[in-house]
Design a binder for this molecule. Structure first.
Ligand SMILES: [Zn+2]
Length: 440
């Protein structure tokens, strides 16, 4: 099928603009011009005011803003299922890091990222916030596929295939940032791995550079029990005190996980405008702890949802993640009214865009925004009757109900066919890595 750009009108059964939260629009079209949403006119006006415009009918479909996976390590799809059912430090130290040490390189990152892009796009995800080695390769994959991405520049105080020291991480990362400056769909963030793997000097440098470069700082923070005690033992400071002292606590900080928080910590996050990137499946699978989403949301902390890498989830399914986030918040807080379906959808769209500093460009269906859109077929045995569209999207929809996806007005999935990448080639790549990574 032809990839569509230029000027066209999408005519779905329902439009879920996300802003304002909970709103549903019917009998309207979304007009796209040069990659942006230009207008949302009544369907009845299309024939009179938009004579000759290409019309794409989407019967039974809800049109939503493309989902934003706010925390992932795309290339880790290659480690999916390699080691499961283990605690975080055993999983990392005995399985993931050794496999990465042996195999991570440009080919590995390209093949793993392409698998991830195919999985995300066909599941309605149009943008991802990544943190992995060889960010230049991840970025090149996103550019080739036409997907939007925020590419983390990894900073870690150990020798890796990407860089042999923390200072080498800066050198290489800054050059990747330079190279990506002219890419319209790709931007960067600093991605220090975690407080326990980055030095004080490293954090100070990140704080200064992030300000100069106007980019976010994407950091695993307070993921599991023991992190606070270890930090106090090693540095004399609680991780939040240390980050505060080093100039990191503020609205640029995207704190991933945040399962070890008391009331004071949450008040402080709210005061500093720290964003929380919530990865419920990964936290549950690694039994890391539970993020107090209801208490953070009540304090006005901006929360966005991510899948984490496929090795700790084990899918990159944002529909599953939204559902889990909504359910888990109720279970953790004991309050069935917390994180209702519209808020869960916001956490996967506009709130994610806000965290990434892309709120003006993406995250909702509004005139002037980029046409990053997904059409979801609700005329489906498991989502009928459609008493409430947003409820069906969050609590009942399977990602295979996504039929069409656009990024900046370019159609990357059409009638469930992935146009951006070659599925047969991807399956072959996965088979090759299965052989290589096979435990001996
Ligand atoms: Zn992670």
């Amino acid at each position: 099928m032809e990839q569509t750009r230029g000027r066209f009108a999408l005519c779905p059964r329902w439009i879920v603009p996300v802003v304002p939260e909970g709103e549903l629009v019917e009998n309207h079209a979304v007009v796209v011009e040069d990659g942006r949403i230009s207008e949302i006119p009544p369907l009845a006006d299309l024939d009179s005011d938009w004579v000759g415009i290409e019309r794409i009918d989407l019967p039974g479909r809800a049109l939503i803003p493309g989902l934003i996976n706010c925390h992932t390590h795309s290339a880790m799809t290659l480690l999916r299922g390699l080691a499961d059912d283990l605690p975080l430090m055993v999983w990392l130290g005995e399985h993931i890091w050794p496999a990465e040490q042996r195999w991570v390189g440009p080919d590995y990152v390209r093949d793993g990222t392409e698998l991830a892009l195919a999985e995300m796009l066909t599941g309605g995800t149009t943008c991802f916030n990544d943190n992995y080695f060889f960010p230049d390769v991840t970025a090149a994959c996103a550019v080739r596929a036409g997907m939007r991405a925020v590419i983390g520049l990894p900073i870690i105080n150990m020798s890796t295939a990407w860089a042999d020291s923390e200072s080498a991480c800066f050198e290489r990362g800054l050059s990747v940032h330079q190279d990506l400056m002219s890419e319209p769909l790709v931007s960067t963030a600093f991605a220090p791995h975690a407080p326990y793997t980055v030095s004080d000097a490293g954090f100070e440098r990140i704080a200064t550079l992030a300000e100069e470069m106007d980019v976010p700082v994407h950091l695993h923070l307070l993921e599991a029990a023991g992190e606070v005690e270890n930090s106090i033992e090693q540095t004399g400071l609680h991780p939040l005190d240390r980050l505060d002292r080093l100039g990191l606590l503020g609205p640029r900080l995207l704190a991933v996980h945040m399962t070890q928080l008391d009331d004071q910590d949450m008040d402080r996050d709210a005061r500093h405008g720290v964003h929380v990137l919530h990865c419920p499946a990964s936290n549950l699978k690694l039994a890391s702890g539970l993020c107090p989403v209801e208490a953070l949301d009540r304090r006005g902390v901006n929360i966005a949802i991510g899948t984490d890498g496929a090795a700790s989830n084990n899918t990159l399914d944002m529909f599953a993640e939204m559902r889990l986030a909504a359910l888990l918040a109720k279970g953790v807080s004991g309050d069935p009214e917390t994180i209702p379906a519209p808020r869960a959808l916001s956490m996967a769209t506009i709130q994610a865009a806000r965290a990434l500093g892309l709120e003006e460009a993406i995250g909702s269906i509004e005139p002037g925004k980029q046409a990053d859109l997904a059409a979801v077929d609700l005329d489906w045995q498991s989502t009928g009757p459609v008493h409430n569209v947003i409820s069906q999207l969050v609590y009942a929809t399977d990602r295979r109900q996504v039929t069409d996806v656009w990024v900046a007005g370019k159609r990357l999935v059409a009638d469930r066919e992935l146009l951006a990448l070659n599925r047969d080639q991807l399956k072959e790549q996965a088979r090759r890595w299965q052989q290589k990574l096979k435990p001996s």
